[in-house]
Design a protein around this ligand. Structure first.
Ligand code: DON
Length: 305
């Protein structure tokens, strides 16, 4: 096995003081309070060996990375009919764009842009009695980690300022692709985005996408092999919005970013890696996170291509 600890330590120290041209997201005011200097990395292998460097044990707002978790639970509950409500095509547009929704009659391009995740939250509300509690219980079960929590301040901060998401949800409802009350859907969506995790917790929770034989502590599968393969395929093609091509080109792994500055990447059959650095590039993806992962897959020859 690769000496992951040595490799991540070395890339970390190369990048620690690199000039970061990114900017911390502050359109959700609470996210603007985070120190831009945070920088952490953690890798967990499918046999559960864990290697971390820097701020890998500090909690941060996972934001859009939660879109993988809501999709997973919705796929588990709804099965293949889910794809009638949300497509699996790259959007080539920013994460919060409304542009394509009109032409596409309210069917979002994929579950990893805001529009798609909002529809996925609507699907979950139709299945769950108490969506916030049951979704959190699902996250705790698949990670075997009862420490996971929403951050109320972040959720409320986004609720107050989430004008584009509010517009989007109303627009999709006008096409009939939101079945529940707008306020319930948005409230649930904002809470899912406010989940907090450390790099280590994130690289553990997504092992079910890296390991075909993954079962929870209670002996349950999270997804079938075919479903997990499909989620990885959508992550590769859509996980970084209009920078998904660039991420595949430079890093070569399925992955997902969040405006909290986290990036999760998955190497099927090997590991899951998380990088956190809050300054984002113009496309809303962590500047140093992408740089780190590019150097990591180069040093370990672990692009899937
Ligand atoms: O809905 C939003 O705008 C945020 N809660 C999540 C966006 C996000 O993380 C996009 N990521 N790069």
């Amino acid at each position: 096995m690769e000496n992951y600890q040595k490799i991540i330590n070395s890339i970390y120290s190369n990048l620690k003081n690199v000039t970061d041209t990114g900017k911390v997201a502050d359109y959700i005011p609470e996210l603007g309070n985070i120190s831009p200097d945070n920088f952490g990395v953690n890798i967990t292998t499918i046999d559960k060996k864990s290697f971390g460097v820097g701020d890998f044990n500090k909690k941060f707002s996972i934001q859009s990375i939660s879109k993988i978790l809501t999709l997973t639970l919705a796929y588990q509950l709804e099965g293949e009919t889910l794809w009638k409500r949300v497509d699996v095509e790259p959007s080539g547009n920013p994460f919060n764009s409304l542009l394509q929704l009109e032409a596409d009659l309210g069917i979002p391009r994929n579950p990893f842009i805001n529009a798609g995740a909002i529809v996925v939250c609507d699907v979950l509300i139709s299945h769950l009695q108490n969506p916030k509690d049951e979704f959190l219980a699902f996250c705790r079960e698949i990670s075997n980690n009862n420490e996971l929590k929403y951050n109320e301040k972040v959720a409320q901060s986004e609720k107050k300022t989430g004008y584009r998401n509010i517009a989007m949800c109303n627009f999709i409802k006008s096409f009939g692709n939101i079945k529940n009350d707008i306020e319930d859907v948005l409230d649930f969506y904002f809470y899912t985005c406010s989940l907090e995790m450390t790099c280590q917790e994130l690289s553990q929770i997504f092992l079910f996408l890296a390991n075909d034989d993954f079962i929870t502590q209670r002996g349950k599968r999270v997804l079938t092999m075919s479903q997990a393969k499909r989620i990885n395929a959508i992550l590769l093609t859509c996980g970084f919005y209009d920078e998904s091509g660039e991420f595949a080109f430079r890093v070569g792994l399925p992955g997902k970013s969040g405006v909290g500055g986290g990036i999760v990447a998955i190497h099927p059959d090997e590991f899951c890696i998380t990088v956190w650095s809050p300054k984002l590039n113009k496309k809303g993806n962590s500047y140093k996170g992408m740089l780190f992962l590019e150097q990591f897959t180069t040093a370990t020859a672990s692009s899937i291509f």
